[in-house]
Design a protein around this ligand. Structure first.
Ligand code: ADP
Ligand code: ZN
Length: 520
């Protein structure tokens, strides 16, 4: 059967060899083992269910969370000469009925549907009468409550499916899955350890950069000037930011469009087409833009402000370089972004999820402050099964600085946190160390602490950033509540005892005083 798979790869798709993970995933499915494939964006997940779908007798049902994704996939299959269709609410009732009739007669090899299609028993009743080759769950992280795009309908399909007598082999595919999500998917669709194909998350062609302390507009303007012909996406946190930035860039003569949920469906569609056809080179968008966009030559993704968690960040940034050519992923950080994200989490109606969201937000904040390789940081966050060397091209790897021993300063911060009762955030702690005369300090009588004014030669901002750095490196944690309450970790205790040095990169020749920890 694998020989046939190989032949199909060549005759239908024109590819000479499988990519990493594809062959194994296909083999598992052909052996009728429920399979989970975890591969990075652009890794070639579609083939993993399409080739078995072409090999096994019957119709393949593909469950996909987005209407635009379905249409793209169906168009691509049709272009290869494969009979495929989608059935969703974008079609008239008449058209839907027509396609369901055709489906029942076995006229399609692939049928794409949204998870909600299973909410009524009708569709399930129909597929029970058919011969099915497989059922694939695309973007399978939506199945999991731990995933960042949880869709309840997606989850409830599975127990329903297990009731049908002609249940074929099941396959789940995703690009973003933490170990929690993987465990969850495995359990839900009954995948054994041997049938998990995980090629890891690394996208070797992406370079990650962190920019701090710069005027964001200036940065973007300069950046676009240097890349006049290249396509890119700029993500903003709010619609208002998207509107304003787009207006500004258009005035400067850039071919910039915008995309957010405040625009009409037609406006959005129009913008998407213009972007895909390169009429608009830069699109300024909120996170509403993305999932269905199949544009492989996006050369850069700039985050105008920090997103809510690493999952969203990596998914959005990962829209760069899907063609395998270099992609630049830039995050413009300012500390106000943290306040905004905290506020957004606070607005969320689901009380139980808030704590978890804060923890995820903190991992995102730590990414902005860490000095380790940014790519490694992300891969460690996702508990990538493969070991990775520092990438050598992110802004931390290429940092032209020297290492400086900051153990003494770290001890000052840590003992100050301890003396303040481990109940306050970075802001007030920095004020105490600076020796500032604020009302709150008087209120708690912190001016009497031996650590008061201990770091008066530094600016308050520098101390705050240093505290963030210590948090990013795991010496402090902000706790889990709405307001950060800095606490010492076990790692911190070894620093206080003088058993562990704290070293950080210091810019050798910095023009940016704010960013510098070079304080001699
Ligand atoms: P994903 O769904 O994992 O993001 P796709 O399935 O859309 O990725 O594939 C990404 C790109 O890689 C597509 O353009 C696809 O045609 C191409 N591709 C997939 N498999 C192969 C292969 N074995 N050889 C060459 N190109 C491939
Ligand atoms: Zn790196």
């Amino acid at each position: 059967m694998m020989e046939q798979a190989q032949r199909l790869l060549q005759t239908y798709y024109g590819f000479s060899s499988f990519r990493q993970g594809q062959e194994q995933a296909i083999q598992e499915v052909l052996n009728h083992n429920n399979t989970l494939a975890v591969m990075p964006t652009g890794g070639g997940k579609s083939l993993c269910y399409q080739i078995p779908g072409l090999t096994l007798p019957g119709t393949a049902i593909v469950i996909s969370p987005l209407i635009s994704l379905m249409k793209d996939q169906v168009d691509a299959l049709n272009a290869y000469g494969i009979s495929a269709t989608y059935i969703n609410s974008s079609l008239s009732t008449e058209e839907q009925r027509e396609r369901i009739r055709n489906m029942e007669q076995g006229r399609y090899q692939f049928v794409y549907v949204a998870p909600e299609r299973f909410d009524s028993g009708h569709f399930l009743g129909t597929i029970q009468r058919m011969q099915l080759s497989l059922i694939a769950f695309d973007e399978a992280h939506c199945i999991s409550q731990w995933g960042h795009d949880f869709r309840p309908s997606y989850r409830s399909i599975v127990p329903t499916l297990y009731q049908i007598p002609n249940l074929p082999v099941l396959m789940a595919l995703t690009a973003t899955a933490t170990q929690e999500v993987i465990r969850d998917i495995k359990q839900l669709i009954e995948v054994s350890d041997d049938s998990v194909v995980n090629t890891g998350f690394a996208r070797e062609n992406l370079s990650f950069r962190m920019i701090k302390g710069r005027d964001k507009r200036d940065f973007v303007q300069e950046y676009l000037k240097n890349r006049p012909q290249e396509s890119g996406i700029i993500y903003t946190a709010t619609r208002k930011d998207a509107d304003q930035l787009q207006q500004f860039l258009s005035k400067q003569g850039f071919a910039a469009g915008k995309y957010h949920a405040g625009m009409s469906e037609n406006e959005r569609k129009d913008m998407q087409t213009k972007f895909v056809q390169d009429e608009v080179t830069t699109i300024i968008a909120t996170n509403a833009f993305g999932m269905g966009i199949d544009k492989s030559n996006v050369r850069y993704v700039i985050h105008y402000s920090m997103p809510m968690n690493i999952e969203s960040y990596y998914q959005e940034a990962g829209r760069a370089g899907r063609d395998g050519e270099p992609g630049d992923c830039v995050l413009l950080f300012s500390s106000q972004d943290i306040q905004l994200q905290r506020f957004l989490i606070d607005q969320s109606p689901v009380e139980e999820k808030k704590k978890e969201e804060y923890v995820k937000l903190q991992a995102m904040v730590n990414y902005c402050h860490t000095h380790m390789c940014l790519q490694q940081y992300i891969l460690e966050y996702f508990e990538d099964p493969n070991a990775h060397e520092p990438c050598g091209k992110c802004s931390n790897c290429t940092h032209a600085g020297k290492e400086k021993d900051m153990t003494k300063e770290a001890q000052m911060v840590l003992s100050c946190v301890k003396r303040m009762g481990q109940s306050f955030g970075a802001g007030l702690t920095a004020k105490v160390l600076k020796g500032s005369a604020s009302q709150k300090i008087k209120q708690f009588q912190f001016q009497n602490l031996p650590t008061y004014g201990l770091m008066s030669t530094y600016t308050e901002k520098q101390i705050t950033r240093f505290i963030h750095f210590l948090t990013a490196e795991g010496f402090l944690t902000p706790g889990e509540g709405r307001y950060p309450r800095l606490q010492l970790t076990s790692k911190a205790l070894t620093v206080l005892k003088g058993e562990r040095p704290v070293v950080m990169l210091v810019e050798a020749t910095t023009m940016d005083v704010e960013e510098s920890y070079n304080l001699e």
